[in-house]
Design a protein around this ligand. Structure first.
Ligand code: BGC
Ligand code: ZN
Length: 354
């Protein structure tokens, strides 16, 4: 079978190779992979800035956002033809991993398919334990490849709401920083909660991203005109900010823009170094006197994937066709390298694996 691989640490090493067909054993099923979503992490890995090979190989199969269909259910209760989304993390032996909370891994010896120590899903077939496959209804087939990034935003928002629960004042104003796939998915999830939502990016108002934001009742903010620090004066107390740019400077600006009892959820991975001068005293004072919370979130466990699939169904029901508009480019497997070049006009690139 064909697979798209990279050599971590080496710039622009993405290439197509032939690999043996995987064989299933024990409680495994054979999955025919159908679609693979490319994200910023894949681009970082191909730039040589991130990623780690599996112990016995000098390359890693890329890709962690996937949709597949069961080819052979083995001895499991899954059925041939069922649609599934594979989870990204594989646990180590820490207590959190062992109780299914593998996104909270304590030891850090977990693996992430396509990212850290385990092959990913940019290939035609996958032999996988049923426990790492999340079923998706057939009606969601065209957009289920978005389940993984949606699970990240789902987990972040769930946690933020839990933090906020003690306040009698509900979350009124939510801000999303970045209108890439993760930011747009977060926007839709926040609108499902009916929050007054403002999504900021630096693309023009006439862009598809801005239109997608506005078409579900959220407000597009042009960050060139109104940077995040100006938002409290313009729109009021920022109760919740979801940071989805992965830009560490923006993350610090978001901290200072956060309102009373505000919660900032950091979702973006930033590689390299970026020194920044901040007024630490002022920031600390604001954080303390304002009861503010800043937290980071990474990966997602099975419950977040299941909730993500439910949310995708709700989004599709409420705004039919909106999710498929996020998929702005489809490439065949032999062209997957084109999907790793940043393209500001593009939102989500999906590789067709069949
Ligand atoms: C993936 C997560 C992963 C994180 C850090 C993200 O792109 O969506 O599943 O935990 O990268 O490696
Ligand atoms: Zn662990």
């Amino acid at each position: 079978m064909r697979a798209g691989v990279v050599t971590p640490g080496q710039k622009d090493s993405a290439r197509l190779i032939e690999m043996d067909m995987p064989a299933i054993s024990g409680g495994q099923v054979l999955v025919r992979l159908l679609e693979l979503g490319i994200d910023g992490t894949d681009m970082e890995i191909n730039r040589g800035e991130y990623g780690e090979t599996p112990p016995d190989d000098d390359f890693i199969v890329l890709g962690h956002e996937a949709l597949g269909q069961i080819e052979n259910p083995g001895t499991t209760e899954l059925g041939k033809g069922d649609f599934v989304v594979p989870m990204v993390r594989r646990p180590d032996d820490c207590v959190d991993c062992q109780r299914g909370q593998l996104d909270m891994c304590l030891k850090g010896n977990y693996q992430e398919c396509g990212i850290k120590g385990a092959h990913g899903f940019l290939r035609e077939y996958l032999a996988e334990d049923a426990g790492f496959l999340v079923p998706v209804p057939e009606e969601l087939r065209n957009i289920a490849v978005l389940a993984e990034p949606t699970s990240i935003a789902t987990k972040g928002i769930k946690r933020a709401i839990e933090f906020h629960n003690r306040s009698a004042n509900p979350i009124n104003i939510a801000v999303v920083l970045g209108a890439g796939p993760l930011g747009l998915l977060a926007t839709a999830l926040l609108k499902l909660h009916d929050y007054d939502t403002y999504t900021l990016d630096i693309v023009p108002r006439s862009s598809v991203k801005a239109q997608l934001v506005e078409s579900i009742g959220a407000n597009y903010v042009d960050g060139n005109e109104s940077p995040v620090v100006s938002l409290p004066h313009k729109i009021g107390n920022l109760d919740l900010i979801m940071e989805a740019t992965g830009n560490s400077t923006v993350a610090f600006q978001a901290m200072s823009a956060l309102g009373t009892n505000g919660i900032l959820c950091l979702m973006g991975v930033s590689t390299g170094q970026k020194p920044l001068e901040v007024d630490a005293s002022c920031l600390n004072m604001q954080m303390v006197l304002g009861n503010k919370t800043v937290f980071g979130t990474v990966s997602s466990n099975r419950s977040h994937f299941e909730r993500s699939v439910e949310s995708l169904a709700s989004i599709e029901e409420k705004w039919p066709g909106w999710l498929s508009r996020l998929i702005t480019r489809r490439l065949t497997l032999d062209k997957f390298r084109d999907g790793l070049d940043p393209d500001p006009d593009n939102i989500k690139t999906v590789i067709e694996l069949t």
